[in-house]
Every structure is written in C-alpha cells, then in structure tokens.
Design a protein around this ligand. Structure first.
Ligand code: SAH
Ligand code: SF4
Length: 390
C-alpha cells in the first residue's frame, strides 16, 4: 500500500513557537481568567473578556489576536505581547490510502504525541487521542505497552491534539456544517484512567458548547480496567465507557493483560454494572482483540456472553494489528466471523472493526512515539558500531 508522507506539515503559526509568552490555547476558562487577572484586566471585566477570548480560540480557531475584532485594537496588541495562540509543531503528518490521518505532535522537547483521525464511511469521524506518552501497563499485544511511560499529558496537551486536527481538517468555526471530526476516543497512547484529572479537565474544554462543542456522548474513554477510577471518571465526565477486555477468564486475561492481577474480572464487571448513567441507550463497549489461537475459539465467545449477562453492552471485535516484533497473529477471517455470530446471536451487537490506517501504522495499539522508535534505531546503530569496535 502506498503512503503519503508529508513531513513538516505547515502549521502556519510557527512564529510564536520559540517565544516565552504564555500559551492560552488549550487552557480552560478558569485558567484563562486567572492569566487575564494576572495580566491586569479589571476584575469586573475578566469574565466578559474570558468569554470573548474563549469563543475566538475554540469556536473560530483564531491564531492571531488581530482577528479578535470585538476587543479594542490597543488591548489586542497588549494581549498579543503577553499571550500566544501558537499550535505545537506537527513533526509529521501521514495520510493513509483509506483517509486516516496520523499526526506526530511535539508538545515539548522529548514529549512527542501521536493522534489519529479516522473518518467514517458516513459523515462522522473520530479523533483518537493520547493521554500519556508511553504506558505503565504492558499488555502483550500492544505496541505502546513496550514504551516506558515518559509522562502524563496535561489537559492542555490533550486539547491541543483536537485543535491540531481541526486546523488540519479546516474545520473552523465550530458552527460549520458537515464537520467530520465529530467524536473523540481516548484510544491513543496511554491509560486515560491513570491520568483522570487531566482527562476530566480536557473534556470540560472539548465539550464546552461555546467552544469546540463536542457532545459528551460523543466522547469515549477506553480503559484496560483501572477499576477504582471507572466510577469516578464516569461521574466527572459523563463520557461513554469502553473496556479493553480481550479475554473472558482471569487466567487468560492475566497472561495478556497484567493489570488483571490487580483488578480481576469480577471487580471489573461490577464497576461496569455500577457505571454512572449506563443503560440500554448508553451501552458499554467491550473491546476484544482477535488473537489467533489465543482467545478466538467458540468456547471463548460463550464465556464472553456469560460474563456480560446483565450489562448493557456491545462488543467490538478488533482484528489484531501486528507491529514489528509482536508475538501474535490475527485470527483468520472465518474464525472472527464465527465468534461474531455467537456473540450476536446472544443479543449483543458485535461489529468487526475494519482495520484503518494499517499502511501508516496508525491502527489501534500501534502507536508509539517516534522519539522512542528513533532511540531504538539509534541504539541498534550504537550496538552495531560497538560490536565492530570489539
Ligand atoms: N489504555 C487504554 C486505551 C488505549 S489502547 C486501553 O487499553 O483501553 C486502545 C485500544 O487498542 C485498546 O482496546 C487496546 O486493547 C487495543 N489494542 C492495543 N494493541 C492492539 C493491537 N496490536 N491490535 C488491535 N488492538 C490493539
Ligand atoms: Fe497501555 Fe492500553 Fe496498550 Fe495496555 S492496551 S499497554 S493499557 S495503551
């Protein structure tokens, strides 16, 4: 398959990048208000100015203070001197033959983040965002799991992934008809429930109707099963929940997902039953990656059905996406279909997810930051040269 690689895609605002101004874009109302207060805006005007600026940033996507026409010219210039609306640098943008777009964004030195825009066949599309650089969990089938945690992303860095995609897709203002970026899924790098505060704050900004305006039901937070955080996250964000299940018995799940040793299935399923707002119209998605000869047999499907009894659920069957060095293979198509049929006949929707962006390694579980990949190849180079020197 062919890949279009557009390196150093223009972001148009790189002028602001090297400066020391405070970056307002990506911040929430409270933080913007605080910065405006510190800057010296009269206390009684802070609320109004915050509202105006928030609207310009998140509804219109402006990158230039001069465009904020309802703010006096003199004040605009002063604000520009103090605050930046700069986007982070997109180091690499790849577009798959199927329209999937992968971005590698440098948030700060050494903090490189991947996000993926996946257009749907219909009018919608989802942006898959990262919540951490790397991951502390080591699920065996996941490429991100081989990269050590570098750090949690801030709410601002999560919001900036959405801003970068909206810029790239030309989807400003929010009121524009037929925008394709309609949904957000936390299925990029990292475990969102190990970074709940920043994920929660980012959603307050992403879902604000006067800004980016994405509805809370269009947000899905996917977790490998950090049980104590599931309920509080639901109460805080009202987001939809996805559970990376991948096995319906503790023995197998422990083998492929070490987190199961800490939070076994019984506790995980109880947290799902108790999830705030769960109902037949707000089902929990159970993701199930199809690993050849590991978890894909009819008896596994039957075990899965039993496990889901009493939970408003749908099952997403994900063909395993291989990555360099992975130890698994994807199940055959026939095996996946048989599995899907069994689950479906038990009354659960069980779509088989079409792999997207495989040619650009953008599919689920394949994200791993370039910096890490580079480090690995540098390491190999070093190893080679030291072998020669020996
Ligand atoms: N840490 C969170 C969210 C990121 S992973 C979680 O685990 O849910 C997003 C989804 O991709 C998860 O369901 C994960 O299990 C799945 N995934 C990971 N590696 C994969 C691979 N190689 N092929 C297919 N899906 C994979
Ligand atoms: Fe981390 Fe999720 Fe990958 Fe597991 S599947 S290693 S939790 S990113």
């Amino acid at each position: 398959m062919s890949t279009t690689l557009i390196s150093n895609a223009p972001t148009g605002v790189t002028l602001h990048q090297a400066d020391n101004r405070i970056r307002l874009v990506g911040l929430g109302r409270k933080e913007i208000a605080k910065h405006l207060t510190d800057f010296g805006i009269e206390p009684k005007k802070v609320r109004m100015r915050t509202k105006q600026i928030f609207h310009w940033i998140y509804n219109y996507g402006v990158t230039d203070w001069l465009q904020m026409t309802n703010i006096a010219k003199g004040l605009r210039a002063e604000l520009e001197a103090a605050f930046s609306l700069a986007r982070p640098e997109i180091i690499e943008r790849q577009i798959s033959v199927d329209g999937t777009r992968k971005y590698l964004i440098r948030m700060a030195p050494g903090i490189e983040v991947e996000s993926v825009f996946i257009p749907d066949v219909s009018k919608t599309g989802a942006l898959c965002v990262s919540s951490q650089v790397g991951c502390t969990l080591t699920c065996k089938f996941c490429h991100t799991g081989t990269q050590k945690l570098v750090r949690n992303l801030t709410a601002q860095e999560i919001v900036l992934q959405v801003i970068a995609a909206r810029d790239d897709l030309g989807e400003w203002p929010t009121t524009q008809e037929n925008r394709k970026l309609t949904n957000i899924v936390f299925m990029g790098m990292g475990e969102p429930l190990y970074n709940t505060e920043q994920v929660g704050d980012s959603l307050d900004i992403i879902c604000d109707p006067e800004g980016l305006g994405i509805g809370r039901r269009r947000i899905t937070v996917s977790t490998s099963g950090v049980v104590p955080e599931i309920g509080p996250m639901g109460a805080r964000t009202s987001a939809m929940l996805a559970i990376s299940l991948h096995a319906a018995n503790d023995e197998l799940r422990e083998q492929i997902m070490p987190i199961n040793r800490k939070y076994p299935l019984k506790e995980l399923m109880q947290a799902c039953r108790d999830y705030p707002g769960v109902s037949n119209s707000r089902r929990i998605t159970f993701e199930y990656v199809m690993l050849k000869d590991v978890n894909d047999q009819p008896w596994h499907a039957k075990q899965l059905i039993k496990l889901l009894i009493g939970i408003p659920a749908k099952v997403n069957l994900i063909p395993f996406n291989p990555w360099p060095g992975s130890e698994y293979e994807c199940s055959d198509w026939e095996t996946i279909e048989t599995f899907a049929d069994i689950v479906n006949r038990a009354g659960y929707a069980s779509p088989i997810r079409t792999p997207r962006g495989r040619d650009i390694l953008a599919a689920c579980g394949q994200l791993k930051s370039e910096s890490e990949k580079m480090r690995a190849s540098e390491r190999r180079k070093l190893e080679k040269s030291s072998a020669v020197n020996k």
